[in-house]
Structures are given as structure tokens and as C-alpha cells.
Design a protein around this ligand. Structure first.
Ligand SMILES: [Zn+2]
Length: 171
């Protein structure tokens, strides 16, 4: 396993649309292992392959609390098949948008089809933080960041600060 560099906004690479994978291969499992290690190291609770420069439909998540055992989850080619009309609001952050958080509304419950780490087809019904995290990560596969759900004014303020911070880091 290896820790990979996380791409941060406003890098245009994050706007790319990820491609579904034909099958879960050993190479993809190596990528998912790297994603998980990179996510734990950051630390974060979710990471999509595009965030480390691989535009394929693979996501890792672990929303276990600090006092609980790690519970890594892997989602390949995730597809939301149903979403509730009821919305839930969570304060979201993102490893690609460091040091900013904002409230985002999303469907409170979803049903999801995906392939697991072993390539088996799975279907789950998710709610709460899990539903929000899965939707946040699937957005990444479509080239969407959580700040894209905010008003243009709020988004521009955050993007300007990110640009300024990255210029200062480069100096
Ligand atoms: Zn994110």
C-alpha cells in the first residue's frame, strides 16, 4: 500500500468524469488499498479515485467513529437506483477542499447498486451519514465537488481562498 498525493481544488482534473471499470482486477484492488491508506493518513472518511488522479469509478469510505474498529467500505461502479424525497443536511468537508466546510442538503436515504472489493454485485439501502458520504463521493465521479452545491457567491469566496493558499504554499 502507498500514500498518494491528493489533488485539491481548483485543479481542473477534479472536474473530469470518471469511467466505470470493466471488472474488479488486482490492479484496481491495489488502487483501492492505496485510497484507503491515503484516506486514513489524511485523515478523512471518504475518498474517490479521481482525487488521487485516477478517473475510474472507485470509492472508499470509513465512517466508523474513532472509538470503534475501522470499517472500510469499497464501492466500484456505484449507481443510485432510488433516492428519498426527504432531505438531510450535513456539514460537509472534502480532502480536495482543505480547511473548508459547509452545510449541504442531499436525499436522506438512497438505494445503491455497486461492485464490492471482490467484484461481487451488492445492493444496499443507506441513510444518515453513510447516505451523505456515498452521495458526496459519487459526485466526485461526476466531476462535482460539495462546493458546487453552494451559491456561486459562497463558492467563489472559497475558491479564491484556496488559490491564495496554494500560491502561498508554492512560495
Ligand atoms: Zn470530497
Amino acid at each position: 500500500m502507498a500514500i498518494r498525493q491528493i489533488i485539491t481544488a481548483p485543479d481542473p482534473f477534479l472536474k473530469r468524469v470518471s469511467k466505470p471499470v470493466a471488472e474488479v482486477t488486482d490492479d484496481l484492488r491495489v488502487l483501492m488499498d492505496d485510497l484507503l491508506e491515503t484516506m486514513y493518513d489524511a485523515p478523512g472518511i471518504g475518498l474517490a479515485a479521481i482525487q488521487v488522479g485516477e478517473p475510474v469509478e472507485a470509492i472508499v469510505l470509513d465512517i466508523a467513529r474513532d472509538e470503534d474498529d475501522p470499517y472500510p467500505r469499497y464501492f466500484v461502479n456505484p449507481e443510485i437506483t432510488w433516492a428519498s424525497e426527504e432531505l438531510a443536511t450535513y456539514e460537509e468537508g472534502c480532502l480536495s477542499v482543505p480547511e473548508f466546510t459547509a452545510d449541504v442538503d442531499r436525499p436522506a436515504e438512497i438505494k445503491l447498486n455497486f461492485l464490492d472489493y471482490d467484484g461481487n454485485k451488492q445492493e444496499i439501502h443507506a441513510d444518515g451519514l453513510l447516505a451523505t458520504c456515498i452521495q458526496h463521493e459519487i459526485d466526485h465521479l461526476r466531476g462535482i465537488l460539495f462546493i458546487d452545491h453552494l451559491s456561486a457567491v459562497k463558492r467563489n469566496i472559497i475558491v479564491r481562498k484556496l488559490v491564495k493558499a496554494s500560491k502561498q504554499a508554492a512560495e
